[in-house]
Design a protein around this ligand. Structure first.
Ligand code: LIP
Length: 270
């Protein structure tokens, strides 16, 4: 039986390799895009190539585990464990050269469904800032090996709150209407553009809270565990597991103020 610490070592090792690859592809890609195809095409290729690197590395070390990735879909598990992967979270930031994108790799027990899975280990690597966020279930959360913890004791009016928006313009317009009200009730709002980094920011005390609707499992599988292990409450509609309907993450005291403030807005969404 592989320990959570051993699974985390695999996640972090593969995520570091993949992040270095993606960073190099971005650097190479700008030249190709400048002379040949579009940069958006380069980004799409980098996404797929990075996920293939991750998938092949995990298949080599964990051949009986399942896989669920943003770009290449899923394969069923024979071991009861599934790797949940976003090869480049923060794709638009990657496209624009904004240093807020990450490779996110988590391993979960049970079906790869955020409403039922148990996350065992996760790594989020931002190669531009050289930051490696890691956590294992019961093992705490770390940034570059140093323990991290959420900021406690912040109430909503003084909270720095992160959020994000969907790719659909009409959805974004509706989401912005909540932010238009909330921005006057909190310290300020931040839109970083990568859910995994938003969740790691909560874990490290760089954000006091974060909420978003419409996240895919691979966006929050690793970051959600890292935030949880750093002392955050991470939950969705009705206080149940976070899923694409809603994710809210904050220290418990702030969670009890932020969740009831945003949940009603999203509770009625399909
Ligand atoms: C992104 C999420 C982010 C969200 C963006 C986008 P992607 O994932 O991490 O939180 O606000 O709209 O969905 O598409 O870059 O992997």
């Amino acid at each position: 039986m592989t320990s959570n610490a051993e699974l985390l070592e695999i996640a972090a090792t593969v995520a570091r390799r993949a992040a270095a690859f993606a960073l190099q592809r971005r650097r190479d890609g700008v030249e190709i895009a400048a002379s040949k195809s579009s940069l958006s095409d380069i980004v799409t290729r980098a996404d797929r190539e990075t996920e293939k690197l991750i998938r092949d590395a995990l298949a080599a070390s964990r051949p009986r585990d399942g896989f669920l990735g943003e770009e290449s879909g899923d394969s069923s598990s024979q071991s009861g464990l599934t790797w949940v992967v976003d090869p480049i979270d923060g794709t638009v930031n990657y496209f624009y050269g904004i240093p807020a994108w990450a490779v996110s790799i988590a391993v979960v027990e049970g079906d790869p469904d955020p409403s039922t899975w148990r996350a065992l280990a996760g790594a989020v690597v931002n190669p531009v800032t050289k930051e490696v966020f890691t956590a294992s279930a019961g093992g705490g959360a770390r940034l570059n090996g140093e323990r991290i913890h959420v900021t406690e004791g912040v109430d909503l009016p003084l909270a720095l709150v992160g959020t994000g928006f969907g790719y659909d313009a009409e959805v974004r317009r509706r989401q912005a209407s909540l932010v238009a009200d909330l921005i006057g009730e909190v310290r300020d709002i931040r839109r970083i553009g990568a859910a995994s980094l938003d969740l790691c920011a909560v874990a490290a005390g760089r954000l006091d809270g974060y909420f978003e609707r419409g996240l895919n499992p691979w966006d929050h599988a690793a970051g959600g565990l890292i935030a949880d292990e750093a002392g955050a409450r991470v939950a969705g509609i009705g206080g149940g597991p976070a899923d694409r309907r809603l994710l809210v993450a904050a220290a418990p005291g702030l969670f009890d103020q932020l969740h009831p403030r945003v949940e009603p807005f999203y509770a009625g969404w399909e």
